[in-house]
Design a protein around this ligand. Structure first.
Ligand code: F6P
Length: 547
């Protein structure tokens, strides 16, 4: 249990002493604070000087990481040990972006030749589709690609494609269908020409109910329009670890791109699951993305803990959650192109670290993964920032921004950045009652009015944020950013001693959905559900009656 570690106990005592600490005072007292509590690596700069930490705090946190054995666990991951013990699997998404020429072994077998072979097939396929050499059943060029997948088989490719597609406006348009709600597929297909549409069915297991249902509906749409079953061969490809199921579905394994059980679903965008990215923005940019991630992997693997970006971010999160009681974490990319990043990180963090027992099966004894949420700035400022500034909770925020513009409007980008910096400053500085009153008087309020309104305008300040500033929203920088968060998640899971790589918690709901389905299709299985659920099914029946 992590709470039994000496450093955990020390941190508990240390946190008590810092309960009332004011970061504004820390900044005023130490002119070196910004330099000391910031770090850059390649194109990534992290400032964490606005967190309520001292040099002593960081020392205790690094000690915690050492006592928890994170260094050994990092070594075990990179060397292919089966650290996902509940599923008996290695965790090697890092191998997918390893261009060093090193061998990576799983059970004594070098997996790298296989990784490169699939990667070369992806490249070749992308060139053929993008050049028009690969055509649909009627000889038309592919203009639209639909990725059908859910969870990790959707969010990663969707987030990256949306982030980078502006770099190649001539590439095929990428669409993403995840929800089994028929409207998701229907509204996507409505505007598309079946002769020019390519489907990628992305599923690690190739058994996921939503994905298989949507894939069957998509096949029906295609065959219905083209009037020929054999059209499937030119319009459907699969990405999976399960060749048998792909064949059963009717996709020729020749049109399948493999990956491996040592790639977790939420870490799979680097594998063939990223095919939609490579098709939309080109395989060279996909490779740049992998290279950016590899840069972060090497930094993570080799830098000392004290100079290690993912380690620092992971430990700050633990400090905020376990020692300061901040239960949520906001992700605030100041980039419209990164609007899917909060949802992507929500799965990455919450599916990885939302666990209540340790690797040994004991109760964890402390909170694990925070609730992760967020939205792109500046939009969020006009929605939920009110609570961040004046609400009763402390919400640690990650502000993510880019020095250079991705768009054509330099003036807008400067304004975006002004907001980006100003929000972290406002959270820190706040506004006192005296300041609020003075402002009101300056704006023409009389004394009584200013006195009455001032408390409503007070912003307590001293609210924590990290700022991650990257050079530009290039594939390379994005790859480094995503890998930074992946490794942060790894660090936290290692300190909490949980398995960040399974997801048993999603199983029960899936099983029960299979039991509810026959009830909705007509076979009443009275007693198979609790009275509340039975009641709801009855209400649903009565609502449908007479339709
Ligand atoms: O339901 C959770 C989950 O298993 C995720 O971990 C995974 O990313 C998603 O479902 C999709 O799984 P698959 O790629 O096997 O369809």
């Amino acid at each position: 249990m992590p709470t039994n570690l000496d450093a955990w106990r020390t941190l508990t005592r240390h946190a008590e002493g810092l309960r009332e600490v004011d970061v504004r005072d820390l900044l005023a007292e130490d002119p070196e604070r910004f330099i000391h509590f910031s770090l850059s690596m390649g194109p990534v700069f992290l400032d964490y000087s606005k967190h309520p930490v001292t040099r002593e705090t960081m020392g205790h946190l690094f000690q915690l990481a050492r006592e928890a054995g994170v260094v050994e666990r990092m070594g075990a991951m990179f060397s292919g040990e089966r650290i996902n013990t509940t599923e008996g699997r290695s965790v090697l998404h890092v191998a997918l972006r390893d261009f060093s020429g090193r061998s990576v072994y799983v059970d004594g077998e070098d997996v790298m030749p296989d990784v490169r072979a699939v990667y070369e097939r992806m490249r070749d396929f992308c060139h053929r589709v993008r050049s028009g050499e690969w055509t649909g059943h009627t000889g038309q060029r592919v203009t639209d690609v639909i990725n059908i997948g859910i969870g990790g088989s959707d969010l990663g490719p969707r987030m990256v494609t949306r982030a980078l597609e502006h770099l190649d406006p001539e590439g095929p348009r990428a669409h993403f269908v995840a929800n089994v709600d028929p409207l998701d597929l229907e509204s996507t297909l409505r505007r598309l020409d079946p002769e020019r549409t390519l489907f990628i069915v992305s599923s690690k297991s190739f058994t996921t109910q939503e994905t298989m249902t949507n894939a069957r509906a998509a096949r029906q749409w295609l065959v219905g329009h083209l009037g020929d079953d054999s059209a499937v061969a030119r319009h459907f490809v699969a990405v999976s670890t399960n060749t048998e199921r792909v064949r059963e579905f009717g996709i020729d394994p020749e049109n399948m791109f493999r990956f491996w059980d040592w790639v977790g679903g939420r870490f799979s965008l680097w594998s063939a699951i990223g095919l939609s990215i490579a098709l939309a923005v080109g395989p060279d940019r996909f490779e740049e993305l992998l290279c950016g991630a590899h840069l972060m992997d090497e930094h993570f693997r080799t830098a000392p803990l004290e100079k290690n970006l993912p380690v620092i971010m992971g430990l700050l999160g633990i400090w905020q959650l376990n020692f300061r009681g901040a239960e949520t974490q906001a992700i605030l990319p100041y980039s419209q192109a990164l609007e899917w990043l909060p949802a992507y990180l929500q799965q990455a963090e919450m599916e990885s670290n939302g666990k209540g027992v340790t690797l040994e099966g004991e109760v964890a004894g402390c909170h694990t993964g925070p609730v992760v949420w967020g939205a792109a700035g500046t939009n969020g400022q006009h929605a939920f920032f009110q609570l961040l500034h004046q609400g009763t909770r402390q919400v640690p925020c990650d502000f993510i921004g880019f020095a250079l513009s991705s768009g054509i409007g330099p003036e807008q980008h400067t304004m975006l950045l002004a907001n980006f910096f100003a929000q972290t400053e406002a959270l820190l500085q706040g506004r006192s009652r005296e300041e609020a009153k003075r402002e009101l008087l300056e704006q023409g309020s009389d004394e009584a009015e200013a006195e009455r309104l001032a408390p409503h305008k007070v912003q307590p300040g001293n609210r924590p944020s990290s700022t991650i500033l990257l050079r530009e929203l290039s594939p390379y920088c994005l790859g480094a950013l995503i890998a930074l968060y992946e490794h942060k998640i790894f660090i936290q899971g290692s300190v909490w001693k949980i398995n960040s790589f399974d997801q048993w918690g999603v199983e029960l709901g899936k099983k029960l959905a299979k039991r509810v389905l026959p009830d909705l299709e007509g076979d009443r299985t009275e007693g198979a559900h609790d009275p509340s659920t039975l009641g709801l099914i009855e209400v649903w029946r009565s609502m449908c009656e007479g339709l």
